[in-house]
Design a protein around this ligand. Sequence first.
Ligand SMILES: C[S@@+](CC[C@H](N)C(=O)[O-])C[C@H]1O[C@@H](n2cnc3c(N)ncnc32)[C@H](O)[C@@H]1O
Ligand SMILES: [Zn+2]
Length: 273
Amino acid sequence: MHEAFFPVCPVCKQPLQSVDRTLQCAAKHSFDLAREGYVNLLTHGHKKADAIGDSREMARARRAFLEKGYFRPLADALIELLRESGMEHPNVLDICCGEGYYAKQIKQAVPCNLLGFDLSREMVRLAAKQVPDALFFVANLASVPLPDRCVDVAIHLFAPFHEPSFARLLKEDGKLVTVVPGRRHLFALKEAVYDTPYENDEKLPQTTALRLTETRKVSAEIFLDNAADIQALFSMTPYSHRTKKEDLLKLEQLETLRTEIAFVLGIYESQGN
Ligand SMILES: C[S@@+](CC[C@H](N)C(=O)[O-])C[C@H]1O[C@@H](n2cnc3c(N)ncnc32)[C@H](O)[C@@H]1O
Ligand SMILES: [Zn+2]
């Protein structure tokens, strides 16, 4: 792995080095590597934040759904973008990596150094097991323990936007790829559940720290042939927390679902360019 593309100590910001089964800094702050190969870099004050990362159930549902390849077109678009960039062995950071589906697809297709982090320990654990040739760590997006300007391409999918961190982490010619749901994303799922489904507004995050240089659209149709996949998909959506009981019952009765998936990719660069 490239020397400068490696976590720093979350306490004193000095470089970390592998020593036996730990990562240590010169001041001897030490962080154990878990059996699965990930490391928890949440500092004491941030430890409670672990509780607000996604739960074990959410992690499992995400894994169950994504591993069936339903969102493969999005992974392919990310791979294409990396290939087109022409960068040789780029430093790729998967921000709020979840259970590692996209990291796995990218690592299989593009030679790169890959790091990923998430606030949820369970997500990071699953990601580390799934992609042994990348390093994953538990950390908060608001204080990512990585050196300044070390990232060539940051992948940021369905997660909170934090422009100060992005601006700090990207190299001067680095790129951040973020994704928002397209207008008709999962519309048939919404139609099945709600009386008046709405379309997404496709609004990409507004930022002054970065410059939006390009947008791309990806869409496809998927067919879910069982109730478990439909439930897993629904539990990944933001609506799963705010749906009435009677609407949830409609969902439980669905045996199959054919729906559009649609994504808008926003590609941002450092403002300094
Ligand atoms: C909807 S999931 C997306 C996961 C992954 N990017 C994917 O597309 O499969 C959002 C993720 O953001 C993580 N997350 C939320 N707030 C975070 C924060 N402040 N710092 C790091 N991760 C955070 C959650 O734990 C969760 O895994
Ligand atoms: Zn330290």
